[in-house]
Ligand binder design. Structure first.
Ligand SMILES: Cc1cc2nc3c(=O)[nH]c(=O)nc-3n(C[C@H](O)[C@H](O)[C@H](O)COP(=O)(O)OP(=O)(O)OC[C@H]3O[C@@H](n4cnc5c(N)ncnc54)[C@H](O)[C@@H]3O)c2cc1C
Length: 479
């Protein structure tokens, strides 16, 4: 083997996974076909859960220190959810994808992980022991596992002939990074009487410190073929149709047409090959979910691959990647579908739809409805099935950040290992047999006992008799 894991694609998913595998002390080769990182920013919105996960790796503080990344308000179909703003330790934030990618790339380089750029994967052959990957420049890499983080048009997925069911795009809208004058700082979703709409988000600042905006535009007659170039006049006209002369276009830094295609791989695991990020799921970027879902795929998969490489993964562990992550992206696809419809992207002004939208807007003024929507859009409501772990309300959810005196429990996750919080010092004996994989902490703290997986999810709490089976289920045979 040349390496344990070959990661194809150095977008946010591949970069996050490379960092997880580094933590797990697994040898990794990360390749990307681009000679250099794309400076085009796609994603802008970063969910609470993604920020929390970065914090659990010690990455959030240095990432936020890189610039002015404004806190915003999550929205569902353009309807702001202000009551959710202070619900989580890390509120919804705008951080451009290019900033996240650049940060992760530098972090990996500082840890000695280099990526191979200008390296396009063109073929794979899988056997019982591993995968042989071939590249456009005739290079060959042999690895035990391969992760396809190569985006929506994934080469690996095509080579596998993996099923990618769903719907082809039926419309396009414009997404552009712009500078504007006359808009306010907050997220705005505005529409005109005749169905034209615009959505504006703060997107940090340009190198001169001037505020940038992510602008989305659509409406009647605005769904042009995807390949048709987006012109400045088109953007100016779209703004005028919605805001009149109030908002003016100062600069277009980048513009593209996006479609509402929605597809998800039927299986995330194909033997020793795993699909992650956009390679596994694509949808219209509404509600800041694509990059976040990809990063969270990587966090879910990384420690499991580490366990498999180091030989302690229980038989079922790698299969839990599909079992846990497929339903998450399926739910994202469904909520995007609902948002797309409610937003009336084509500007039909259909009276039946308008009636539903009016009713929905009224419902979203209720706190519980906002909380329900926020559970999905923040990533904080994701709950994984934890067989045999009992009914404790924390089980399956992201772990709370417990104050354990000298440290916070999230800081303990920086090693990328399991953590057993044992305030009453009851579980020393059982924990000792997993001490090469699980850290025990929190003795004497005022906290509930719980077992936390390396990706930050509670996999046991409550019933003491269920602890040992939970350790075996997630961390393999005792030493
Ligand atoms: C306008 C827009 C706005 C968006 N806004 C948001 C948002 O606010 N929040 C959010 O969460 N998401 C958002 N998204 C979605 C987000 O950008 C994607 O979900 C994210 O880029 C997926 O990351 P990835 O790493 O899985 O794939 P990608 O970012 O597509 O990266 C794949 C990488 O693989 C490389 N590659 C491809 N083929 C090969 C090959 N054969 N060999 C080697 N390398 C290869 C590519 O060069 C690329 O670098 C938005 C998308 C768009 C278009």
């Amino acid at each position: 083997m040349d390496t344990d894991v070959l990661i194809v694609g150095a977008g946010p998913t591949g970069l996050t996974l490379a960092n997880e595998l580094r933590l797990a002390a697994v040898s990794t080769v990360l390749v990307d076909k681009l000679p250099q990182r794309s400076m085009l920013s796609k994603a802008g919105g970063v969910q609470s859960r993604t920020q929390e996960a970065f914090d659990q790796r010690g990455l959030l503080e240095p990432l936020l220190a890189l610039g002015n990344h404004p806190v915003g308000t999550a929205h569902f179909a353009g309807i702001a959810l202000p009551l959710t703003r202070d619900r989580h330790r890390h509120p919804w934030r705008s951080i451009p994808q290019v900033v996240i990618e650049g940060f992760l790339e530098q972090h990996l380089a500082a840890q000695g992980i280099q990526m191979r750029r200008d390296h396009e994967l063109t073929g794979i052959a899988q056997d019982v022991d591993g995968i042989t990957a071939t590249f456009a420049d005739s290079d060959v890499v042999r690895s035990r596992y391969l992760v396809a983080a190569d985006g929506g048009h994934s080469t690996v997925r095509s080579l596998l002939r993996a099923e990618f069911p769903g719907r082809a795009g039926t419309l396009t809208t414009v997404a552009a990074d712009v500078r504007l004058s006359g808009d306010d700082q907050a997220m705005t979703h505005a529409r005109s009487e005749d169905g034209h709409w615009a959505m504006v988000f703060p997107l940090g600042t340009d190198p001169q410190g001037r505020p940038l905006r992510r602008l989305s535009l659509g409406g009647p007659g605005r769904s042009l073929p995807r390949e048709a170039p987006v012109t400045e006049d088109e953007i100016r006209e779209g703004l005028r149709a919605v805001f009149g002369s109030r908002v003016k276009l100062l600069e277009v830094r980048y513009a593209r047409r996006i479609t509402n295609a929605a597809r998800q791989a039927a299986r995330y695991r194909h033997g020793r090959v795993f699909l992650a990020g956009d390679a596994a799921h694509v949808h219209l970027p509404i509600g800041a979910q694509g990059m976040n879902t990809g990063i969270q795929d990587a966090l879910n998969l990384g420690w499991k691959l580490g366990a498999a490489v180091h030989g302690w993964a229980p038989e079922h562990l790698l299969d839990t990647y599909h079992a846990e992550r497929h339903p998450v992206a399926a739910a994202v696809l469904r909520n995007v579908q609902a948002q797309s419809l409610l937003m009336d992207q084509e500007g039909t002004r259909d009276p039946d739809l308008m009636a539903v939208k009016e009713l929905f807007a009224a419902l979203t003024r209720l706190r519980d409805v906002q909380y329900h929507l926020d559970d999905t859009l923040s990533g904080m409501g994701i709950r994984y099935p934890m067989p045999g772990a009992g009914e404790h309300p924390l089980v399956g959810l992201p772990s709370p950040d417990l104050d354990l005196g000298p440290v916070r429990s999230h800081e303990l996750l920086r090693r990328g290992r399991g953590v057993l919080i044992d305030p009453a010092d009851r579980f020393a004996e059982v924990a000792a047999t997993w001490e090469d994989r699980v850290d025990r902490a929190g003795q004497g703290a005022d906290a509930e006992p719980m077992l936390i997986r390396p990706d930050g999810y509670v996999c046991w709490a409550g019933d003491p008799d269920a602890l040992e089976p939970a350790l075996g289920h997630w961390f393999g045979e005792p030493r």
